[in-house]
Every structure is written in C-alpha cells, then in structure tokens.
Write a protein that binds this ligand. Structure first.
Ligand code: ZN
Length: 318
C-alpha cells in the first residue's frame, strides 16, 4: 500500500505543531515556575526583614516593660524616692560632674527622650517642641537617607541633645560581643559627627542597661562605654509607646503623669518611630500638662542626674 504524500505532509505538520505546543507549554511552565519562585523568595526576604524588625520592637517593649518592673520593685524595697535622684554624686568616678546646685534646688525636672529616630515623625515632634520652646533628647540610630540626615541636623540646630542609641539597632548582633558593640557605637558616633559636627558622649543601650537579651554580662558593656568616656542614660518613666500601635494618646499621657511625681529627675522613655503616631498626638497635651504642673523640661546634658537601671558607680567600684 503506497502512502499518500499529501497525507504524510499533513501528518508531519500536525506532529510539528504538537511538538511546538509541547515545547511552548514546557517553556511557559518553567517561566511561570521561575517567576513564582522568585516572587516567593522576594516575599520571604521581606517577611524575614519585617519579622526581624518586629522582634527588635518586641525586645524593646519587653525589655522596657521588664526594666520598669525591676525599677518599681527596687522602689518598693528602697525608701521613697530621692534615692536615685537625690543620691550624692561626690563619689562618681566617671567624667560626669553634676553642678553643685543640682542637689539643692527643688525644681522637678523632666527629660523627654526619644529613641530610634529619625523617622517619618521626627519633623512633627520637632515642630511641637519648637512651638513650646522645649528642648529634648534624641537617642538616634544609623540612617543614611537624605531625610534622616536633615533630621539629625535639625535636632542639633534646634538645640536638642543628639545622643547615641545604636547604628544597626539589632540586639542579636550588637550584644554578641564587646567588639561588635564597640564597632556599632563608633560607627554611629562617626556618622552623627560627619553629618552634624557633634561628637555625642551620651548614649542609651538598646533595651536599657538592665536588658536580658545580651548573653554577655551588661556590666562588661558598661565598663567599656565608661572607659571610652560615654555617659549612659536609662529611664525611670516609660510612656508605654513601645507597646503597640493601639496605645492611645491618653494612655501615653496617663503613663507619664502617673510616674513623674515620683521623681525629682524624670527621664521619660518615648519613641520617634514610623507608625508611632500616638506619641506625636500626645506630645502637645503632655508638654502643656507638665508645664502647668510646674515641671521644667530639659535636654540631657552633663549636669543631668544619672538615671540608670544598673549604676555605673556600682559597676566600676565592684
Ligand atoms: Zn531602641
């Protein structure tokens, strides 16, 4: 039986088309699979970063909450305040030298401190402080974008104290070793100096000096920063704004006003961070309430009484 050549050509053509269809299907499958994989990888990287940030926020909240709990436990054990605030400074062996009149004047001092900036809220915070002619302290982190650089400069130009928090603000990295911590701190110090011309000697440990994250004894970090001429500040009043985004302006004001009467020198922990809008919303009323009740609002300087969860004096005299 002889083959019809036309039928043969058609058959070949059909086969060729079928092969092409299969090829296209394979190529499309691979392409879709690759796009899906890449998308999944990008998504997972973003999720990791955001979880990392959340973990740091959680650390901050958890640590500030537990530090406050420890501070209030101490308060209950010790005689009523004036203990920390009115402590005699004459034995202090750090570079910190308070003025003589510090212990005799009875003005109630409040130091508003903002951690973790610059952020999208820094402009608003600075605007409000300017409106009330109040100076505060910003414990900043390392950022490189133009807006952040402007904010570092604005903080300095408007008379606030720029102080060091951490360049990376990654607890797991900075507290891994003294070298890591020192490198991070130096990097931030140089960064701020390059942008503002200010070499800050004030710092706040991420999580405070009493944080429980560091595997190494925090006393080692305290000795290190003291040897390098830094003065660190914790806080004795927490605004609670590290907790979550649902905290209201009223909660923040209540948290602060509940604790400031307990101290002659109050160092208030607040945050200058994206999405911490309640802090900004609370600021005007908070300043007005504090001023109405006779408190003096000041930026941290070399005359500020130390507020430390773990006292540098105890560590270096051990
Ligand atoms: Zn922080």
């Amino acid at each position: 039986m002889s083959e019809n050549p036309i039928v043969g050509i058609r058959e070949k053509e059909r086969r060729r088309r079928r092969v092409n269809r299969i090829k296209s299907a394979i190529i499309w499958t691979i392409a879709i699979w690759m796009i899906a994989s890449i998308t999944a990888i990008i998504y997972l990287i973003c999720r990791c970063n955001s979880l990392d940030n959340k973990l740091d926020r959680f650390n901050e909240f958890f640590l500030s909450a537990s530090a406050n709990a420890r501070v209030s436990e101490k308060k209950q054990e010790a005689p009523p305040d004036t203990s920390g605030d009115e402590q005699d400074d004459k034995d202090r062996t750090t570079s910190y030298k308070p003025k003589e009149d510090e212990t005799t004047d009875d003005t109630k001092k409040v130091y508003l401190t903002f951690d973790d900036g610059p952020s999208d809220n820094t402009d608003d915070i600075l605007d409000i402080l300017k409106e009330y002619n109040v100076k505060a302290t910003f414990f900043v982190i390392g950022k490189n974008d133009e807006h952040s650089k402007e904010m570092y400069k604005r903080i300095v130009d408007e008379g606030h104290t720029i102080a060091l928090h951490s360049y990376s603000h990654k607890y797991s990295e900075i507290y891994k070793s003294l070298e890591n911590y020192e490198e991070d701190l130096e990097r931030l110090s140089d960064h701020i100096y390059d942008i503002t011309g200010v070499r800050s000697h004030f710092l706040r440990f991420p999580g405070g000096s009493s944080n429980q994250v560091s595997n190494l004894d925090m006393k080692e970090f305290i000795k290190l920063v003291n040897d390098e001429g830094y003065t660190y500040f914790d806080w004795n009043v927490a605004s609670g704004d590290a907790t979550n985004q649902r905290i209201t302006k009223e909660d923040i004001i209540n948290n602060v006003m509940k604790d400031v009467p307990l101290h002659n020198t109050s160092v208030v922990l607040m945050h200058d961070a994206n999405n911490k809008n309640s802090t900004v919303e609370a600021l005007k009323d908070l300043i007005e309430t504090l001023q109405d009740q006779g408190y003096t609002l000041l930026p941290i300087d070399e005359n500020t009484k130390l507020v430390q969860h773990i006292s540098v004096e105890e560590v270096i005299n051990e």
